[in-house]
Design a protein around this ligand. Structure first.
Ligand code: FAD
Length: 457
């Protein structure tokens, strides 16, 4: 079984967010890295060509920590727009800001997907040990001969290239995952959400001004579905409509421009004047599919591993898919600490360490859809949020709101989920008969916390 010390070169499939960051981690350890990427070089394309995936993303503490470990945060920082909370738009167009955190630095950041990917590709190449082959679509792995098969450009004949160690960072439809699961007889669980998404936009006003508050993530929660908007540095907002895949109010039901405007007039009226190309964009832009993917195992012997979305694609409602993929890169780098252990052992250790956590964030992301589209509207939600901030002040390091544990800390996701469930029980008990914070028995809260919660790790 080979070890990292005996392996000069690592082949990565997929130069997206995880692949480009992992290339940096590996190159910094001295490996030569070859990246095979299906797309053409995004640095040579206009952003319009990249449409279809989310245009901007929420970056939070886990992602920032991993980016900081490879020294790129200085460059990323200038392109980050802080979002301090959720700006709720009700059906009458009234606005209400619900802060994400309890401290001024507890914000999340809107970043451009293409901008971040480009920055990471540049940073990887600048190390001098990373070669990126764009326009190469991997279509299979021949484990017996340690070869990867791929299609290059227009050529219908597959080509092959040898690998020492192969890592699939090729996203939710991963070809490397398919090869590992076929070889190992592994398990793939795909859980469609039953809702899809469509990206739309709010252009900047004259002079690059924002047409809405720029320092927030805007949400139009409508019970069964929602609209959201994240700011971009050019003054525009990227808007995402989430709707069911069937029923009267669903993507298939919206077959005409009139039907689109009718839905918006009924449910998102204040957004219409901000979206001059709503009718066109709705039919120009694809409807995206959303699902949770879990698979097992993530690796095959000392040959291959998957990480990022290739191992655990989640729904986007906690804004954590990229953050989790970045945390994977950092965790994998830590597993490489002893270069004399066989790769198979490193892969197994990585999966053992990460799987409980990625399963937990997959569950929390699903729960967060209900929170964003529905629960945020309820007075009880606001009361629990206010109470959890108060309890965090009274019990620092012991009571940390679950959202904060996920977004502003690096407490393992599984631990955040476990502690979050206990905290939810405490909040439920304390608010069951209270209509406001003044009516909550804080002495009882202190007793419950002392009894049920230890210090957070
Ligand atoms: C609507 C939406 C909103 C989101 N918002 C957020 C957010 O706010 N915050 C957040 O943290 N996450 C968010 N995510 C999740 C985030 O986009 C993903 O978790 C993240 O992109 C995963 O990175 P990755 O590198 O693993 O996969 P990807 O980004 O999908 O990259 C995979 C790469 O592999 C390439 N590839 C694929 N197949 C092959 C092949 N066969 N051969 C060669 N190359 C291949 C692709 O071209 C791509 O470059 C969102 C996702 C969606 C859909």
């Amino acid at each position: 079984m080979r070890t990292p010390r005996e392996t000069p070169e690592i082949t990565l499939v997929g130069a997206g967010l995880a692949g480009s960051l992992l290339a940096i981690f590996l190159a910094r350890r001295g490996y030569r890295v070859t990246l095979l990427e299906r797309r053409l070089d995004p640095r040579k394309l206009s952003t319009a060509t990249a449409a279809g995936r989310s245009i901007n993303l929420a970056l939070a503490n886990r992602g920032i920590t991993a980016l900081g470990e490879v020294g790129v945060m200085e460059s990323v920082r200038s392109a980050m727009i802080p979002m301090a909370g959720r700006m709720l738009h009700d059906e009458e167009g009234r606005l209400r800001l619900i802060p994400y955190g309890n401290k001024p630095h507890e914000v999340i950041y809107s970043v451009s997907r293409a901008g971040l990917n480009t920055l990471l590709l540049d940073a990887a190449e600048s190390i001098g040990r990373v070669a990126i082959r764009f326009g190469c679509t991997v279509c299979g792995v021949d484990f017996a001969d340690r070869q990867v098969r791929f299609l290059a450009g227009e050529d219908p004949e597959p080509q092959t290239t040898p690998y020492d160690v192969l890592i699939g960072t090729d996203g939710s439809a991963s070809a490397v995952r398919a090869a590992i699961l076929e070889r190992t007889g592994g398990r793939l669980a795909e859980e469609p959400l039953g809702h899809g998404y469509k990206e739309l936009s709010i252009p900047a006003a004259a002079g690059g001004r924002f047409r809405m508050e720029r320092g927030a993530l805007h949400i139009w929660p409508r019970g069964e579905y929602m609209l959201i908007a994240l700011p971009n540095v050019d003054g525009s907002f990227t808007v995402t409509l989430f709707l069911p895949n069937q029923g009267d109010e669903s993507f298939p039901a919206l077959t005409t421009t009139e039907a689109v405007y009718a839905l918006f007039e009924r449910r998102f009226a204040d957004a219409i004047p901000l979206m001059p190309r709503l009718g066109e964009e709705f039919f120009e832009n694809p409807t995206g599919h959303l699902e949770t993917i879990r698979c097992e195992p993530w690796s095959f012997e000392d040959h291959a591993l998957v990480l990022g979305d290739a191992a655990h694609a989640i729904v986007p409602f906690h804004g954590q898919g990229m953050n989790a993929a970045f945390e994977d890169c950092s965790a994998f780098d830590q597993c490489l600490g002893n270069p004399d252990r066989p790769w198979s052992e490193i892969f197994t250790q990585f999966e053992k360490r990460r799987r409980p956590n990625t399963d937990a964030i997959a569950d929390m992301a699903l729960e967060n859809y209900v929170e964003m589209r529905s629960t945020v509207r309820e007075p009880k939600f606001q009361l629990k949020k206010d109470l959890s901030f108060r309890l965090e002040e009274r019990h620092p390091g012991r009571f940390i709101p679950r959202y904060s544990m996920v977004m502003f800390h690096t407490i393992p996701y599984a631990e955040a989920k476990r502690r979050g469930a206990i905290q939810e029980e405490i909040l439920e008990e304390l608010t069951s008969r209270a209509a406001s914070l003044d009516e909550v028995d804080l002495a009882r809260a202190d007793r419950l916390i002392a009894k049920r919660l230890g210090e957070a790790r």
